[in-house]
Design a protein around this ligand. Sequence first.
Ligand code: S3P
Length: 167
Amino acid sequence: MNAVTAVVVVGPMGVGKSTVGRLLAERLGVGYRDTDDDIVAAQGRTIAEIFVDEGEPVFRAIEKRAVHSALAEHDGVLALGGGSVLDPDTRALLAGRRVVYLSMDVEEAAKRTGLNVARPLLAVNPRKQWRELMEARRHLYEEVATAVVATDGRTPEEVTQAALDAL
Ligand code: S3P
């Protein structure tokens, strides 16, 4: 039988999915896994390198496989890369699971992620690209979420507690 992931964490890059995901796993006494880490380990290169070498469509195909494997194998807390929800099959696979969407204010987000070159989708004009990404994705995060937790002005511990309360 396949494992059932206890809690899936989704949301935009830079929102704190890894930090909160680890804290959630600790509080729930389960393991933590992150699909970006799985991809880097399997590919032996960074996400930015995959984007540069092969382009976004190839990255998305790699990501889809990584997300589907992790959902089938991992029974703890699983954080997904920010763009995972773009895939309709992935969204369908999340139905019926406990999914926490960590949300944040767009302006706050643009400041927090800044000019981080490790995030290839924000390399040219972070603020504008961020707004466009969020406009395109917000409804997808909302579609898969069973709990929405706002992160603005909260510490990771507070966000974790709010997620536990909402689950
Ligand atoms: C992406 C988010 C990143 C990483 C890649 C693409 C996105 O993951 O998968 O840079 O499309 O939002 P994090 O959300 O973990 O930063």
